[in-house]
Design a protein around this ligand. Structure first.
Ligand SMILES: Cc1cc2nc3c(=O)[nH]c(=O)nc-3n(C[C@H](O)[C@H](O)[C@H](O)COP(=O)(O)OP(=O)(O)OC[C@H]3O[C@@H](n4cnc5c(N)ncnc54)[C@H](O)[C@@H]3O)c2cc1C
Length: 303
C-alpha cells in the first residue's frame, strides 16, 4: 500500500485530477488548516498560546519555471516579515526554488531566503527530497552554512549514507532535523524494513546528542514516533541535556495530543504547518505513512 500510494504521488494524471475532487479537498483539510497563509498563521498563534512553536511550509515542489521559483521566494519573504510575532521558522524544498532547472539560481534563492530569515530573526530549514537530490541538497547546505548561521538541513534516517553525511556536516556546527524519510527508495541505498529505519534513527540520535550537549549541533527530532522520542530522550537525559534544548517537531494534524504533552513536559516542540494549493504529492506521502488514513479519505465520500 505504501509503495502504491508513493507511486500515485508521482503520477501526473492523478496529480492534475485528484485536487479537483471535492472529497479529496475535504480529506486534505485534516493535515492543513487551510490553503491560504492566513489559516497557517492563525494556527501558529493558537499553538504559541499552548507553548508550541511553528515551522511554516508553502506546499509545492519540482517547479519547472524560474519565475515560479521567484514567486515562492517573494511569498516566503512576506511570510517571514508577517510571522515575527509567532517566532516561526520556515522550511523549503530545493526543487521548489528551481533545483531541477538551474542549481545556481536555486542557491541564489536559498541565499535570499537565508537573508530574509536573518532579518526576521527566524531560521531557514532545507527539506530533504528524494534520493536523486540528496547529494546536491547536502552540498547546497554546506555552502549556505558557510555564509549563514541560522540555517538547517533535514536528513533521512532510512538512507544508508546519512551517518556519513552527519560526520561530514559536524565540523560546520550544523542544524539537523532528523526524519525517517518519506519517499520510495531502493534497498541498495535505503533501509526498507521499519525496524531497521527505527534502529538507524536511534543510532543517529545517540551519535548526535553528545554534540547537542556540547552546543556544537542543533538537533530537531522530527517524528511522531513517541517510542523513539522516549528512547532518544533516555540518551538526552543521561547526558544531562536540558529538556528545553531537546527539540521535537511533528506535522500539523498528527498526534496533537502528544505535541501538547511533550510541550507541557518542558521539551521544545514545533508544529510544521503547511498551506498552499499544491498539496497533492505531499498529501499522498502523508497517506503512505499511515495507510489506515485511507479510511478517513473513504469516509469523505459519504454525504
Ligand atoms: C517536522 C517534520 C518534517 C519533515 N520533513 C521531512 C523532510 O524534509 N523529508 C522527508 O523525507 N520527510 C520529512 N518528514 C516526514 C518523515 O520522513 C516521515 O515520513 C513521517 O514523519 C512519518 O514517520 P514518523 O517518523 O512519524 O514515524 P512512523 O513510524 O511512520 O509513525 C509513528 C506513529 O505516528 C503516527 N503517524 C505517523 N505518520 C502519520 C500520518 N501521516 N497520519 C497519521 N498518523 C501518523 C502513527 O500513529 C504512527 O504509528 C517530516 C516529518 C516531520 C514530522
Amino acid at each position: 500500500m505504501r509503495r502504491l500510494l508513493l507511486w500515485c504521488a508521482q503520477n501526473p494524471w492523478l496529480a492534475t485530477h485528484v485536487p479537483r475532487w471535492r472529497f479529496a479537498r475535504r480529506a486534505v483539510r485534516r493535515f492543513l488548516p487551510g490553503e491560504g497563509f492566513e489559516a497557517a498563521l492563525k494556527a501558529a498563534v493558537e499553538f504559541k498560546s499552548k507553548g508550541i512553536g511553528a515551522l511554516f511550509t508553502l506546499l509545492g515542489e519540482n517547479v519547472i519555471d524560474l519565475a515560479d521559483a521567484n514567486r515562492v521566494v517573494e511569498h516566503y519573504e512576506e511570510v517571514l516579515a508577517a510571522a515575527t510575532g509567532v517566532q516561526a521558522e520556515v522550511s523549503v524544498k530545493p526543487t521548489q526554488l528551481g533545483l531541477d532547472i538551474d542549481p545556481e539560481a536555486a542557491y541564489a534563492n536559498l541565499r535570499r531566503l537565508a537573508r530574509a530569515a536573518a532579518n526576521a530573526k527566524s531560521f531557514l530549514w532545507i527539506d530533504m527530497e528524494g534520493s536523486a537530490y540528496t547529494e546536491r541538497t547536502v552540498d547546497l547546505y554546506k555552502t549556505l552554512r558557510a555564509e549563514h548561521s541560522h540555517v538547517g538541513l533535514a536528513l533521512q534516517a532510512y538512507l544508508h549514507r546519512t551517518v556519513s553525511d552527519v560526520a561530514s556536516l559536524m565540523p560546520l556546527k550544523p542544524a539537523i532535523r532528523l526524519v525517517k524519510g518519506a519517499y520510495a527508495e531502493p534497498a541498495d541505498i535505503a533501509f526498507t524494513a521499519r525496524r531497521e529505519v527505527d534502529e538507524n534513527y536511534l543510532a543517529l540520535c545517540a551519535l548526535m546528542l553528545p554534540e547537542v550537549k556540547r552546543r556544537s549541533l542543533r538537533l530537531v527530532i522530527a517524528t511522531h514516533d513517541t517510542n523513539l522520542i522516549a528512547k532518544a530522550w533516555g540518551f538526552g537525559k543521561a547526558l544531562a541535556i536540558d529538556p528545553a534544548h531537546f527539540e521535537i517537531a511533528m506535522l500539523y494534524g498528527i498526534r496533537t495530543d502528544q505535541q501538547l504533552r511533550l510541550a507541557r513536559e518542558g521539551f521544545s516542540v514545533r508544529d510544521l504547518i503547511s498551506w498552499g494549493d499544491a498539496w497533492y504529492a505531499w498529501y499522498l506521502r502523508r497517506l503512505a505513512e499511515r495507510p489506515a488514513n485511507m479510511w478517513f479519505v473513504a469516509r469523505q465520500l459519504l454525504p
